[in-house]
Write a protein that binds this ligand. Structure first.
Ligand code: AMP
Length: 315
């Protein structure tokens, strides 16, 4: 099953309290594409400027990544700069230069039309809508966004939310969008827009899955001792989530089994944890499915507890 993604491909400059990296490969679609191509074919729709280093394209060409929908335009590649706090769950955006994204209109090539899964990675909601207009009814559509779009293009973002199956949002973004201090109340308001599932990303604390059918699942986090750079963890999470789902068949009714959705969230957490171990896509480059499987086993072990206690009696 192939996955279509539209989102940013960027050059990032990132500073943590301990190190910095300049003009490294970044962008939501870059992290997603690199992560999800560990599982299946990824069809990328994005734009880069004439200054974009060709070595990054060469890297993707060696993986199951289709670049037919990647436009290369005269001008500057999207650039983003950020500085992390000592608690690396928090960061300040220093600048966002849209560059060639300012005039970009995504075009989905014919050869992408059989993509069963669609990921609308972080980018202007207007562009996400343009992709929805062109995409021929994928089985599952997943959306990610960011504070900037919640604050500046809320009506357009709401239009996109109404048209997708699954929304990925950080806990902070749920609060910003819904204006609710209770996460559970905020999530309930989001379900009014017609979503099937909402995944609330909690940075180094894991992720929560909510279903419109009442499903609640708390996915554990992998205990990393050293975080080098958390940038892209959310996008890599999406890559692990949709990557895993691309390897399983939906049920006869076309819906994914809830256990598969839960496994997808765990894969998301695992791939997200790997990304944090280096700047840019450094750690994802050589990642193998054996590495993923080993972390999967650890997470099962550390989140499993005895279900047999009934309470009420003491000996
Ligand atoms: P994450 O850490 O998962 O939130 O993703 C950070 C990545 O998103 C960075 O590589 C940035 O280049 C990219 N990014 C930052 N701001 C935006 C934006 N407003 N639109 C699209 N992509 C962005």
């Amino acid at each position: 099953m192939s996955i279509l993604v539209v989102g940013s491909v960027a050059l990032d400059s990132v500073e943590t309290p301990f190190a910095r990296a300049e003009d490294t490969l970044g962008g939501a679609a870059s992290y997603f594409t690199t992560a999800a191509s560990l599982y299946s074919q990824v069809n990328l729709v994005a734009v880069v400027g004439s200054d974009f280093p060709r070595e990054h394209l060469e890297f993707w060409r060696k993986r199951p990544v289709n670049l037919a929908g990647l436009q290369i335009c005269e001008g500057n590649t999207f650039r983003w700069g950020a500085r992390y706090h000592m608690d690396m769950n928090a960061r300040d955006t220093l600048y966002t230069h849209l560059g060639v994204y300012a005039d970009f209109h995504p075009v989905i090539p014919d050869e992408y039309h059989n993509s069963e899964l669609l990921f609308l990675a972080n980018i202007q909601p207007e562009l996400q809508l343009e992709v929805l207009e062109q995409a021929p009814a994928p089985r599952l559509t997943v959306l990610d966004t960011m504070e900037l779009w919640i604050m500046t293009t809320r009506p357009q973002l709401t239009e996109v939310i109404k048209r997708v199956d699954i929304l990925l949002m950080s806990e902070e973004e749920v609060r910003q969008y819904t204006n609710c201090s209770s996460l559970v109340t905020g999530v309930r308001r989001l379900f009014d827009l017609g979503l099937k599932y909402i995944v609330v990303k909690q940075g180094s604390y894991g992720a929560l899955l909510f279903g419109a059918d009442g499903t609640f699942f708390s996915a554990p986090t992998y205990p990393l001792e050293e975080v080098i750079d958390p940038t892209g963890a959310g996008d890599a999470f999406a890559g692990g989530f949709l990557g895993y789902l691309s390897t399983v068949e939906p049920q006869a009714n076309g819906q994914y089994a809830i256990n598969d959705i839960k496994r997808g969230v765990v894969h998301g957490n695992i791939i997200g944890s790997f990304v944090c171990e280096d700047f840019s896509i450094g750690r994802l480059r050589a990642l193998t499915m054996d590495d993923v499987a080993s972390r999967y086993r650890t997470l099962v072990e550390c989140s499993h507890f005895d279900p047999n206690w009934r309470g009420g009696t003491t000996v």
